[in-house]
Ligand binder design. Structure first.
Ligand code: UDP
Length: 340
């Protein structure tokens, strides 16, 4: 039996594929490579280039490879873009998930681990955020992820497909092998932008707002190592296989770091000057987002092991130094030829 990973060529998807292979799972990556990278998928995984809106291709893939579980990453994930063009997000994220679930119904695949987000909560009512806190997304991206979660609930009722939804906070860092890491076009996330500034690829890092009600006035986020996220997907898969029950879990390291703390720590880790400039707030940014991951710890047995911000930044820095142009870097160690 094989695990189908949609969006397995993306940032969090590729790290989860690596973790699945490391523990001996047989993996089929299904990705249309619009934002993902073929080089991020080792040859020891099977690869199907396809769109999640193509039900027939999904069904055929599940049938050909005797898939017993799906891990679903494939989605658009840029908050700003989702506000400009919500239709694009409903079309790919919501309709695409409906196609995936239909293919699962037809092929009798009864387990799905779903890549959700802290963006479903909107403005938090308390810190840390718990899974049963109010859910009021403030952007179209978060709304589509919430709709996808809710759709799964109804497919469970009607068709017995169990799901585990993992609501990530701020994914960061890179795989210990140095072969996979973060490469978004365009890049909008704080940590890669800070490290690109350290490399001299950007003149400065912009700090979006210094007047938030936090100690140093900048936003606080919960940065969780991407390999800890990957581990949580494996535990979720195990729980689905052994217990056949659904659940929703936050994944964060439980500690918050401000934008200024991230930049200062990056200066220490890289030993580079990282010029920073104050700018206006970015629309829609809550002041503080920190997760309670107690539920994932208690019920899935998850324990993030790379919680030191220095360690997270050091692993991301390692990737950036060796792959200054991401997967397009001439120095790429593995060019899709060797397996990890
Ligand atoms: N941020 C910033 N400058 C940047 C990019 C991000 O100050 O160039 C801030 C952003 O306002 C937020 C935090 O860094 O408070 C993390 O942003 P990111 O886009 O990495 O993740 P998000 O929290 O939006 O998922």
């Amino acid at each position: 039996m094989k695990v189908l990973v949609t969006g397995g060529a993306g940032y969090i998807g590729s790290h989860t594929v690596a973790a699945l292979l490391e523990r001996g799972e047989q993996v089929v990556v299904y990705d249309h490579l619009e934002t993902g990278h073929r080089e991020a998928v080792p040859d020891s995984a099977l690869f199907v280039e396809g769109d999640i809106r193509d039900v027939q291709k999904l069904e055929q893939t599940m049938k050909d490879y005797e898939v017993d579980a799906v891990i679903h990453f494939a989605a658009y994930s840029l908050v700003g873009e989702s506000m400009q063009n919500p239709g694009k997000y409903y079309e790919n994220n919501v309709y695409g998930t409906k196609c995936l679930l239909e293919a699962m119904v037809r092929q009798q695949v009864k387990r799905i681990v779903f890549s959700s987000t802290a963006a479903v909560y909107g403005e938090p009512v308390q810190i840390p955020i718990h899974e049963d806190d109010p859910i009021v997304p403030t952007n179209a991206y978060g709304e589509t992820k919430l709709t996808m979660e809710r759709m799964m609930r109804w497919y469970e009722t009607a068709h017995g497909i169990h799901f585990i939804s993992l609501r990530y906070f701020n994914a960061a860092g890179a795989h210990a092998s140095g072969e996979i890491g973060e490469d978004h076009q365009p890049e909008t996330h704080l940590i890669p932008l800070v490290l690109q500034t350290a490399l001299g690829q950007r003149s400065h890092i912009s700090i979006f707002g210094e007047d938030y009600p936090t100690e140093d006035g900048t936003c606080i986020r919960d940065y969780i190592h991407v390999s800890d996220l990957a581990d949580a997907h494996i535990l979720a898969l195990d729980a689905l296989r052994s217990q056949s029950r659904s659940g929703i879990y936050n994944l964060g390291n439980g500690q918050g770091f401000s934008v200024k703390q991230v930049i200062e720590t990056a200066r220490e880790v890289t030993g580079r000057d990282i010029p920073a400039r104050m700018e206006d707030r970015r629309a829609g940014d809550p002041a503080v987002l920190v997760a309670s991951s107690e539920k994932a710890r208690n019920e899935l047995g998850w324990k993030p092991s790379r919680t030191d911000l220095r360690e997270v930044l050091a692993s991301a820095w390692e990737w950036h130094v060796h792959h200054p142009q991401g997967y397009a870097s001439p120095s790429l160690i593995r060019k899709g030829g060797e397996s990890s």
